[in-house]
Design a protein around this ligand. Structure first.
Ligand SMILES: Cc1cc2nc3c(=O)[nH]c(=O)nc-3n(C[C@H](O)[C@H](O)[C@H](O)COP(=O)(O)OP(=O)(O)OC[C@H]3O[C@@H](n4cnc5c(N)ncnc54)[C@H](O)[C@@H]3O)c2cc1C
Length: 559
């Protein structure tokens, strides 16, 4: 039995678990996520001769936006629920070509649950022309641990010199009385069900929440045969008019808005702005909703609540970046205008941890086109670094393509910030809650228990609330309730990001036991120092979530 550097005994992992397969040599680039951002990155890197391994939890590439019906359903027109399907088919054809040639290795149904630094974690720094870009090279490599979802399988390990995190987003929910009634689904979730399973959550569906995705959802549901009597939007659209320059720079978004308005009209969907579903009714199944008018802080205006009959509700308050893998490595995050926390990246999509890039919605919600642009741009940055490493010289300025992509990215990110600010939940939403509304559904923790832990037991952050109430301790690890819990705690916690997660998804103990942590894991103090040091190259605007040590076997914060 060995002793570690502190003289503590290390208990060897039981050898009943076989060693997981490790790729024979580190790939130049590993991409986590085969959504628009990950696919664009992979094909761009492969076009430039870089071998890439793409790991994705889904069965087929495409991510959330380009979801296709499962092959067994025999859909004859998979493009019917998409716009821009031709962009996807072109991208998918390039992707497939590289898979066939062996330049892209696509590990489908592989969910990455942890990444650690393997090998020598020291970082070599030259004085790069743009503040370290060319000269800053991570040594050693990243070791990615993935599970494949079958209990027999102990998982896969992939080593790579560079890592791109393109894990996208998940839906943000605000709880309300009755939201656990069968027939209430996530709005983005309803869209995903429809695109991949060709199923509707009901016949008469109210769509409610906030954000432009609701319009796409209402149109898809109506086009597929559902009756959508109401689209209830908590914000208004007048906020957009405060940013005329940004709107003018994004004419495609204006055109999309006009198209959506025409489609809503065509399908008879009534749009109610500055309103919210403040209660869902029905004992065993949704039977109706109460819709109330909101004041400017999203407090329900007394006496305005009206009941509407329906048998399903699609709820969603926008999306939240999926940052778990990045924060577990010490990558800094920052709050975006919509109140979510995205991974901090610079103009080349480098995170604050050298050797790690992030593209698409991992860095902030912005839509499919932005994800495509960021994926390509990140890959060009990796190409440039890899070439500089092999040729031992920098190729000078950015190629013309990268300059154009950068401009497009700046324009689209600016629009995303306006959109985020317009639909950011206002504090009055808390008044929709009754004391017995379940906020954390996994652990059945009510609003009252969370508020009591704050007012009577002195909890001032999500981590303490979690320890006192179990909110965020269940299967989803606070993915669903984290935002609401932080908002309920109040100003002290609402600006905080999701806490660090040691594991990005649930894993079997047998899988954990088969993977004793490597030395120099990215969560250790060396890596934390590295993250802090590199923070200077990140986007301005402050950081959170960097540094610190991953908690073995648990999670910190409620994220
Ligand atoms: C449920 C849902 C439905 C949506 N529907 C629409 C829509 O209809 N219209 C629209 O305009 N926008 C939609 N969006 C927004 C849309 O996701 C983005 O605009 C776009 O897809 C972002 O691309 P991306 O590559 O950044 O992320 P995604 O498309 O989200 O791709 C991320 C990929 O990463 C994978 N992944 C995540 N974590 C891991 C991990 N740990 N290990 C391995 N793989 C992982 C996922 O399986 C996924 O394939 C939806 C979002 C969600 C969450």
């Amino acid at each position: 039995m060995g002793r570690d550097s502190r003289g503590e005994q290390r208990i060897p992992a039981p050898d009943v678990f076989p060693d997981p397969p490790v790729t024979s040599r580190p790939e130049a680039l590993a991409v986590v996520g085969a959504g628009p951002a990950g696919m664009a990155a992979a094909v761009t890197a492969a076009d430039h001769g870089i071998p890439v391994t793409v790991l994705d939890a889904a069965a087929r590439p495409g991510g959330q936006f380009y979801r296709a019906p499962a092959p067994g359903l025999g859909a004859t027109r998979p493009e019917a629920l998409h716009h821009g399907w031709d962009v996807f088919t072109a991208l998918a054809a390039r992707f497939d070509r590289h898979v066939r040639s062996g330049r892209i290795s696509h590990l489908a149904r592989h969910q990455v649950w942890a990444v650690e630094r393997a090998g020598d974690p020291s970082v070599e720094r030259d004085s790069g022309r743009d503040g370290g870009a060319d000269g800053e090279r991570a040594r050693g490599c990243w070791r990615l641990h993935a599970v494949t979802g079958t209990e027999e399988d102990i998982g896969t390990v992939v080593d790579a010199q560079n890592l791109l995190i393109a894990t996208g987003s998940h839906e943000r929910q605000l709880p309300l009385p009755g939201w656990t009634t069968p027939g209430v689904v996530g709005a983005a979730g309803a869209q995903a069900m429809l695109k991949s399973g060709l199923v509707l959550p009901g016949r008469r569906i109210v769509v409610a929440g906030s954000g432009p995705l609701l319009q796409a959802v209402a149109i898809s549901l109506a086009r597929s045969g559902a009756e959508v009597p109401l689209l209830v939007e908590a914000a208004g659209y007048e906020f957009y008019a405060r940013a005329p320059t940004t709107l003018a720079a994004n004419p495609a978004k204006l055109a999309e808005g006009a198209r959506n308005a025409a489609q809503l009209l065509r399908y008879g969907v009534r749009l109610r702005t500055h309103s919210a579903v403040t209660a869902v009714h029905g004992r065993h199944r949704v039977e109706g909703v109460t819709v109330s008018r909101l004041d400017r802080d999203w407090r329900p205006v007394p006496g305005t609540g009206r009941r509407h009959d329906c048998d399903a509700v699609a709820l969603g308050h926008g999306l939240e970046p999926r940052t778990g893998l990045a924060t577990s490595l010490g990558c800094a995050t920052r709050e975006r205008a919509d109140g979510t926390h995205g991974v901090v990246v610079d103009a080349q999509l480098r995170t604050t941890v050298p050797g790690v890039w992030a593209a698409g919605e991992t860095g902030g919600i912005g839509g499919v086109h932005l994800a495509l642009v960021e994926g390509e741009l990140a890959a060009l940055s990796v190409v440039r670094l890899t070439r500089a490493e092999t040729a031992r010289h920098s190729d000078g300025g950015l190629p013309r393509r990268a300059v154009a992509l950068r401009r497009a990215r700046t324009r689209m990110r600016a629009f995303a910030e306006v959109m985020g600010a317009a639909h950011r939940p206002r504090p009055g939403w808390r008044q929709w809650l009754s004391g017995d509304t379940e906020v954390c559904r996994c652990e059945e923790v009510t609003a009252d228990r969370i508020l009591t832990s704050v007012s009577e037991l002195g909890a001032g952050d999500a981590r303490t609330v979690k320890l006192l109430t179990r909110a965020g301790m269940g299967w989803c690890q606070g993915q669903t309730c984290g935002f609401a819990v932080r908002e309920l705690i109040g100003p002290a916690a609402s600006g905080a990001g999701p806490g660090r997660q040691a594991l990005a998804c649930p894993v079997l103990l047998s899988v954990l036991a088969g993977h004793p942590p490597a030395t120099g894991a990215a969560g250790d103090s060396d890596a934390a120092e590295t993250a802090g040091g590199a923070g200077a190259t990140g986007e301005p605007g402050g950081t959170s979530g960097s540094g610190g040590t991953s908690e073995p076997g648990g999670t910190s914060g409620s994220g």
